[in-house]
Design a protein around this ligand. Structure first.
Ligand code: SF4
Length: 449
């Protein structure tokens, strides 16, 4: 028996299937949309943005065609405003809070695409909005070149610090480059944004440097004035069921990374795919499998839609791509000889709430059933680098996450600051950017006050 793999897409098919889900606005459309904004006093959209961008102010500047000023308002609060315009779940953040939601038959302002319109102008015209202050003689190590680390490095550099970023991969970007669906953001844009951030000066990125392996955290704490840790999360946990080692079983993060790195060469997908889990990464994996040509994609989740970790925008994307949700279902066995041929699942029911407050899924006896599938993608979230973190003397953790002061991002070790997924267990890019910014200000306060 041979494995049923869908034919690889041609370059043209790939570009069509993976084109932007939120394409840029034309000038006319942007002006029209900007003029619809009510420029609210105490605007709820500002409060709903984790980086608190002054949204009415940047929209007003678009309305008067001051795109440079508009981008400055955005990027002073969020240096990755271009990325966030593309990947933020705006429907549950700024746009979800827009007053237009209270007006019958009116649509909220298209804040995300207006933000993209203004920030794209800066990148397309190579306009540097920020200047580095005179060198203040202090140096900071940043661990991880993802959104938290790069945001922290940029703010520190603006304040006159020399920043060295230690990145374990051979490219910067973190999950922006390796962990988000290819139809949300392109590698070209991520690279352009990183180039923009580092071009301010005072930031050196050292690649292939993994802290805990070839760089020692204690050495960094001894030789720098402060250290920021933004290492994100580690691998997807194992399913711990028979058949997990079969050919055609993928880790969702690895699957998405392969797609982002070399989509036409590295990724092969079966005709029928089962994605295990129902978080945002699961949806990214499922929708991409569908766009690669899978005929059927199941999203298998042991609880119900009410407990699903994915947000409503992601859920709707999956429905639009005709993925099928199997609620109250749990895999028990992956079946095959050398490659995946089927998955055995069991029906579940919900019992009493567990320690997370969600009702506990309980298997229903003798309810096992078989699904014929060719690929299984495990998307059970990511686990923190507990092995590494517990070895850092004096560092307090809470359920594997680094504990910080939420205002300064300072950890229980005074010179060590942290932000992003390693403190929050996995949130949005915009949360990581805000953490990095707050940490830079926290470091500055610690050193100079
Ligand atoms: Fe404009 Fe909506 Fe924000 Fe009001 S809430 S300022 S209308 S985007």
């Amino acid at each position: 028996m041979t494995r049923r793999i869908v034919p690889k897409l041609s370059k043209e098919e790939y570009e069509k299937n993976f084109s932007d889900v939120k394409p840029p606005l034309s000038k006319d459309a942007a002006l029209l949309e900007a003029n619809r904004c009510l420029y609210c006093y105490d605007a709820p959209c500002i409060e709903a943005c984790p980086t608190h961008i002054d949204i009415p102010s940047f929209i007003k500047k678009i309305a008067t065609n001051n795109l440079k000023g508009s981008a400055r308002v955005i990027m002073e609060s969020n240096i990755m405003g271009g990325t966030c315009a593309r990947v933020c779940p705006v429907e549950i953040l700024c746009e979800g809070a827009c007053v237009y939601n209270n007006i019958k038959e009116a649509k909220p302002i298209d804040i995300g695409r207006l933000q993209r319109y203004a920030t794209d102008y800066i990148f397309e015209n190579n306009i540097q909005l920020f200047k580095r202050e005179k060198d203040n003689g202090k140096k900071v190590a940043v661990i991880g070149a993802g959104p938290a680390g790069l945001s922290c490095a940029h703010k520190l550099s603006m304040l006159g610090y020399q920043v060295t970023v230690y990145e374990k991969k051979d490219k910067a970007g973190g999950l922006n480059l390796y962990g988000l669906a290819a139809y949300k953001i392109t590698n070209e844009f991520v690279e352009k944004e990183i180039e923009y951030i580092t071009s301010i000066g005072g930031i050196e990125i050292k690649y292939n440097q993994e802290v805990g392996k070839n760089v020692d955290i204690q050495d960094l704490l001894n030789s720098y004035d402060a250290v920021f840790i933004g290492i994100g999360l580690g691998k997807t946990p194992k399913l711990n069921i028979p058949g997990e080692e079969l050919e055609g079983v993928y880790d969702a993060i690895q699957f998405i990374e392969n797609l982002r790195i070399n989509p036409l060469e590295k990724v092969s997908i079966g005709e029928v795919v089962a994605v295990i889990g129902a978080g945002n990464t699961a949806i990214d994996a499922a929708t991409q499998a569908k766009r690669l040509g899978a005929k059927k994609v199941y999203i298998i989740y042991r609880r119900t839609q009410n407990e699903m970790p994915a947000n409503i925008y992601e859920y709707n994307l999956a429905l639009k791509d005709e993925c099928e949700f199997l609620w109250l279902t749990n895999p028990t066995k992956i079946i095959g000889d050398t490659f995946v041929e089927a998955i055995e699942c069991i029906r579940m029911e919900l019992g009493e709430p567990d320690s997370s407050g969600r009702r506990m899924p309980i298997p229903i006896k003798n309810s096992e059933f078989l699904l014929k599938v060719d690929t299984v993608i495990k998307a059970l979230g990511q686990i923190s680098y507990t092995n590494f973190l517990t070895k850092i003397q004096g560092l307090e953790l809470d359920k594997g996450r680094i504990k910080v002061n939420p205002e300064t991002m300072q950890t229980s070790i005074p010179k060590l600051f942290a932000g992003g997924d390693c403190i929050n267990g996995g949130k949005e890019t915009v949360n990581a950017v805000q953490d990095g910014k707050l940490a830079a200000l926290g470091i500055h306060k610690m050193i100079f006050s």
